[in-house]
Design a protein around this ligand. Structure first.
Ligand code: GRF
Length: 197
């Protein structure tokens, strides 16, 4: 049973999906601590409602300390808006994953977060978007990709309607990726991640 730490900055629907799946026994892991970079993030309330330690902390050294104190085996960035420093990446290399609401390497990196991602998709006229789960490295949304799933862009989509459909896919592939990690079924070779079923 792995110890999972989730870092958030907002509503925490991805966090909720992880909590629900661990409680349902679908993931061989337990969310041990939730750390938010925003004091009023509703995700902290979601943690409290599930008797999970919920901490507001903006100092990265303190975040690292909390994760180590809790013997965290897997860190999930779920709507976490702070930039992770190389120190953090090195400390938890290949044990930190992120969920991004587009098909990386499109519509990602600096400035692409939240609805800005989906507005970029619409502005470009892309016909397909989706979500990506990847390991976190020193770059912004540049780590090795674990899983992706597509979402068709509809002619009448707005950034908001598209975001809602992508969010459902985020929840799905994030749960699947965490399950595989906790079952030690992921292996990394350079930029490629292989699933050893
Ligand atoms: C989601 O689109 C996620 O991909 C992005 O932040 C948005 C909110 O996520 N990183 P959540 O509801 O806070 O999990």
């Amino acid at each position: 049973m792995l110890n999972i730490g989730v870092l958030i900055s907002g509503g925490g629907t991805n966090l909720q999906a992880i909590i629900d799946e661990t409680k349902a026994g679908g993931i061989n892991g337990k969310v041990k601590v939730v750390i938010s970079s925003k004091e009023n993030a509703y995700g902290l309330e979601r943690a409290r409602l599930n008797n999970i330690e919920a901490i507001y902390e903006t100092d990265e050294d303190k975040v690292i300390e909390i994760l180590k104190e809790n013997n965290i085996d897997l860190i999930v960035l779920a709507g976490y808006l702070k930039i992770i420093t190389p120190k953090f990446v090195e400390e938890f290399r290949n044990k930190t994953i992120n969920i991004h609401p587009s098909l990386i390497p499109s519509f990602c990196g600096k400035g692409y977060y939240g609805e800005k991602v989906h507005q970029g998709v619409l502005n470009y006229g892309a016909k397909v978007t989706g979500a990506t789960v990847h390991f976190v490295d020193e770059g912004a949304d540049t780590g090795a990709i674990i899983m992706q799933e597509t979402v068709k862009v509809e002619d009448n989509d707005t950034a908001s309607t598209l975001a809602k459909r992508v969010l459902n896919v985020e929840h799905k592939i994030l749960k699947e990726s965490i399950k595989l990690f906790c079952e030690n079924k992921l292996s990394i070779q350079g930029r490629r991640v292989f699933i050893n079923e």
